[in-house]
Design a binder for this molecule. Sequence first.
Ligand code: GDG
Length: 494
Amino acid sequence: MVGGLSTQEVQFFVATQRVFDLVIAANRLPVDRVVGADGTSQWHRSPGGLVTAMDSVMRHREGAWVGWAGETGEAPAPFEEGGMWLHPVALSDEERETYYEGFSNDTLWPIYHDVIVPAHFHREWWRSYRTVNERFADAVCQVAAQGAKVWIHDYQLQLVPAMVRERRPDVRIGWFNHIPFPPVELFAQLPWRSRILEGLLGADYLGFQRTPDAQNFLRACRQLDGRTTKGDLVTTQDPDGTSRRVRASAVPISVDHQGLEELARTESVQERAKEIRASLGDPEVVMLGVDRLDYTKGIRHRLKAYEELLADGTISSPKVTFVQVATPSRERVEAYKRLRTEVETVVGHINGAYSAIGAPAVHYLHQSYPRAEMAALFQAADIMLVTPLRDGMNLVAKEYVTCRHDDGGALVLSEFTGAWHELRQAFVCNPHDIEGLKQVMLRVMSLPAKDKRRAMRALRRRVADNDVQRWADTFLANLETAPERPSRATTKGA
Ligand code: GDG
């Protein structure tokens, strides 16, 4: 008997099911079910940073993806879609509230994003998080071939690494955190902090967006649980008493540079970009924001800066026009409902005060768009405003740069994004500093085109060199070479 499953059980699974050498586990499958007017249903790609990145990675690899299909109740049977084996995990109505909206999005998300809104702690949310993580671990074990690589994603599944290890010590386990890992002072607030560290330390390799995130994790292991760390390695003991080392380091995520640039170069996208500018009334300056409607993204801050510039007469609409795409997100969580009301009130206020008939000062779009439309919007924008208060990476910044094959446009980027650690030629801002943000906007508007082009060329080189395939290759190579289990096993309590 090894861990939770006997060798015979593992062999039974491997012999009777479709199993894979690479298994992805993420909260959501990369697809949503869309039911047509005739009642037939189809699977469409779901939006969001993780899916955007992993979808292009998996197009070049064979593997299975374990995740929730987005509807509560019984899980659909596993199926193949776009060359990938999708293995749905069920969530009940209650689990959606407690594991997903509760513990993941109302406890962990705020704690991991500098407590921009207060985090809520409920023991029943934690119990549900554990139960759902067990279910994910079971599903992973069903589709993992002997010795497979298991790549677990994000804050919703932090207990899965240890749960998989317990059941299947034969597989190699990696985990990647798409969001920041908080400083120890914030992480320490979590009543279940040690259980989360134990869960993560079930992995062989832990990947983070930035080195400071990995360092926060290592510090938490040292300061909260007294574990030994050396460089990027932390020593842990498995439940059977075996001592192991786990590596925790930075592997910054990126975008499918080639694929997206090809899309942006198509004639239809370039035509559409012109059309967008024309329908905005051919303004002198188009500023653009594209975000999930999330309080971490600094949408209110950039609106405030824009409003103040209009109010003090430094700029005027429609000469300068602002387009904000705010993709619907987590709409059942209270903090997100409040944010939506706030943003829409501010937009209404700005438009009431500064619009002309047929020319709103802010074009606010609470909708989701096809990728080609996003590429056209990026090309239509003179200034891209990426102003999060805290963001693991921010793929929108990298997508904008990728779509600017004309070397046009300018990227204003918050210093609190992971992207800023790589995209140093962007025009940096501190979104909390509204005065500073206004100055950056004005500076970019008045800067000579040749200076902006030089900055854009450098940004584009950076993203082209570090694309999403390179990110995935590096992660998987790190997982491959992560410290092996030392041969000398210690006994419990030794
Ligand atoms: C998390 C972390 C990290 C948005 N609206 C539409 C649409 N999107 C796409 C964007 C981009 C993605 O969604 C959003 O990615 P971000 O990175 O900006 O942000 P999160 O969703 O918060 O992602 C983040 C990321 O994971 C990856 O590790 O960078 O820090 O928070 O790709 O283009 N795509 C389409 N229509 C939309 O309306 N097609």
